[in-house]
Design a protein around this ligand. Structure first.
Ligand SMILES: C[S@@+](CC[C@H](N)C(=O)[O-])C[C@H]1O[C@@H](n2cnc3c(N)ncnc32)[C@H](O)[C@@H]1O
Length: 278
């Protein structure tokens, strides 16, 4: 396959048929996503047990363990959770008229903390169990809806893309292949015409991977595997450049230093160009 690739700080990243560019040079789009055997059908492309079966071992109200928001096996602190909420709510500039779309919502314990700031909420996840928890604990009224679907499929096929003003995708995008995530961002831009802002949070940063794995004494690692525990790692500038090439104004943002994941991860804020810049 003539996929094209870039070397990002020692890591070769394939950009198969969809997007080719380097951080140094101009970004160039070269046509639409060319599905490969591994990503052609999101429904069959991978074993998703890590998300669909794993959460079942925990108590129904052990929300952070279910979605692996843990450090040394213990749920992260309330301060860490509140830092995440502040980060996405501020950058999304949530308001009482917003319909928030949450891709990879999990059990929705995170997004539920901002239900009172928005008009309506739609959470999408492919884990029926996590959505069962979401419906049991985090469905205050009819303004909150959950849909069981693959995130990339939903964005491609949802019948009312114009219904959403803001988008949250927290801790989920690393479980999409590079092509899928780029395709998803492009489709968001092209189909979701009323989407003002999108916040992609907790993205693993390729430049921090050597340090991350060295600290764990792991020598063999793959930064390109959506099925691995952490998923696909990204270079912040390259992801931001790609989103800009699709027409968004993109800005890489970081969590406060004291946040447990601040060292190895970054966030990406997208605004529709013309919305005052990112
Ligand atoms: C780490 S959890 C984050 C959940 C929630 N966004 C949060 O931050 O609390 C990742 C979520 O992404 C979901 N997920 C992973 N890949 C997905 C896909 N291709 N389509 C839909 N959901 C997916 C998993 O089921 C899981 O609920």
């Amino acid at each position: 396959m003539d996929s094209g690739s870039v070397l990002q700080r020692g890591v070769r990243v394939p950009l198969s048929g969809h997007f080719r560019g380097t951080r140094a040079g101009p970004t160039v789009r070269v046509g639409s996503v060319k599905p490969s055997a591994s990503n052609a059908d999101p429904a069959v492309r991978r074993s998703d047990d890590a998300h669909k079966v794993y959460p079942r071992q925990f108590d129904r109200d052990d929300f952070w363990s279910q979605i692996k928001r843990t450090v040394n096996g213990k749920p992260v602190s309330e301060e860490d959770i509140e830092m995440i909420v502040t980060q996405y709510a501020d950058h999304l500039d949530l308001s009482s008229r917003d319909h928030l779309l949450d891709l990879g919502c999990g059990n929705a314990a995170l997004a539920a903390r901002t239900f009172d700031r928005i008009a309506s909420y739609t959470g999408v996840d492919f884990s029926s169990y996590l959505l069962e928890i979401a419906n049991e604990y985090f469905k205050p009224d009819a303004s909150v809806t959950y849909i069981e679907n693959d995130a990339a499929s939903f964005v491609k096929d949802c019948p009312e893309p114009g219904a959403y003003d803001k988008l949250l995708c927290y801790g989920c995008m690393s479980y999409l292949s590079r092509e899928e995530l780029l395709g998803l961002i492009e489709t968001l831009h092209d189909r979701f015409s009323n989407l003002e802002r999108a916040f992609f949070g907790n993205i693993p940063n390729t430049s921090k991977a050597p340090e991350f794995f060295a600290r764990r004494d792991v020598k063999d690692y793959d930064l390109d595997d959506p099925k691995s525990p952490i998923g696909v790692w990204w270079d912040p500038d390259e992801l931001s450049d790609a989103a800009s090439a699709f027409g968004f104004t993109a800005k890489v943002v970081h969590m406060p230093e004291q946040f447990y994941g601040a060292t190895y991860r970054f966030d990406l804020l997208l605004k529709r160009s013309g919305d005052g810049g990112a």
